[in-house]
Write a protein that binds this ligand. Structure first.
Ligand SMILES: Nc1ncnc2c1ncn2[C@@H]1O[C@H](COP(=O)(O)OP(=O)(O)OP(=O)(O)O)[C@@H](O)[C@H]1O
Ligand SMILES: [Mg+2]
Length: 305
């Protein structure tokens, strides 16, 4: 399923004194099969954007109401498009329940939302909630087992436990299992590695790649970590103050060191190292992954030997 947003704007508490514009005329396409990144300073609209993708935040059908009356002075605003595969998210008649079976959204710190008495029940809730028709107990059990196993948990060990008996990393896996249990085609995760130690972060990214290979065709992650973006993503969008500034593959994006820094963003370690090398008069063309960086530097040493 392809994701297409065009001229998407969103204001919290519109028409009140507390109105906050979170998205301004966002246009962005994510192709099926991508591992797509979304980066940007805090408050730039990343979470607001991704919550649109499964209809958690709706495109106001009142969009039309906000439009000024047609006049020569104020030409009509460009049409808002928000499409995920076949689903038109600007249409309030769209079956959003079915959409949510195809587009899974994992919130930031999803483990805080675990609530059931056992891991098994928590994951089953996600499945039953979005099932097309009432599943049998056997179907539920099978789906829960498969979801827990794909996120790397031992079903027999954890299924009967309270989520609160598990470690932080395990809880996050349970929360992810509760979303992927419907086998969504598109998996969207808001800061999936936030708050984990370096090993936990690496394991979560490995899990997302496994899910990308085996369960969910398209993965979209919001991240603050530029190394995570350069190592993992096919392309990334840079949000700033509710607008999209760039949508580029990491290889091109992280050449824009000055532009990213001007937006208050960091650059990956590899990009910082390449900058130092450039300052020392050595120029290396690299895609900003550690693997490519090492290969290019080794080749350089080979040349000089
Ligand atoms: N529920 C809400 N009510 C009112 N304003 C909100 C709400 N959620 C977000 N905002 C505002 O909308 C803007 C965009 O917020 P959003 O959470 O989408 O940014 P973000 O890029 O995800 O930030 P962060 O990196 O801190 O998670 C900010 O100005 C924020 O204060
Ligand atoms: Mg956010």
């Amino acid at each position: 399923m392809r994701i297409v947003a065009e001229h998407l704007s969103y204001t919290y508490n519109a028409a009140t004194l507390f109105a906050t514009t979170a998205l301004k005329d966002v246009s962005l396409t994510v192709e099926e099969g991508e591992f797509f990144g979304i980066i940007g300073h805090t408050g730039s609209g990343k979470s607001t954007f991704v919550q649109h993708l499964n209809g958690l935040i709706r495109v106001p059908s009142s969009m039309k109401r906000y439009k000024k009356k047609k006049s020569k002075k104020n030409p009509p605003l460009p049409q808002t498009v928000l499409q995920v595969g076949e689903f038109d998210l600007t249409d309030k008649k769209t079956n959003f329940r079915e959409l949510r079976r195809h587009v899974g959204l994992v919130f930031q710190y999803p483990e805080y939302q675990l609530f059931a008495e056992s891991v098994k029940e928590d994951v089953a809730f996600g499945f039953k909630n979005f099932a097309e028709k009432k599943p049998t107990d056997g179907e539920v059990a099978e789906a829960v087992r498969a979801a827990l196993e794909v996120v790397g948990l031992d079903y027999n060990e954890v299924a009967g436990k309270s989520p609160f008996e598990l470690s932080g990393g395990q809880k996050r896996r349970v929360a992810i299992a509760g979303v992927i249990v419907t086998r969504p085609e598109v998996l969207v995760l808001d800061e999936p590695a936030a708050g984990l130690d370096p090993v936990g972060k690496r394991e979560i990214m490995e899990l997302l790649h496994k899910l990308h290979r085996e369960w969910c065709k398209t993965v979209v992650i919001v991240s603050h970590d530029m190394d995570e973006i350069s190592e993992n993503c096919t392309r990334a969008a840079v949000f700033a103050e509710g607008s999209v500034k760039y949508v580029l593959p990491p290889r091109e994006l992280f050449r824009k060191r000055d532009e990213l820094r001007a937006l208050g963003l960091d650059i990956p370690l590899t990009a910082r190292l390449l900058e130092k090398l450039e300052q020392a008069g050595v120029s290396v063309d690299c895609d900003f992954t550690a693997e490519d960086f090492i290969a290019k530097i080794s080749a350089l040493r080979g040349d000089r030997a």
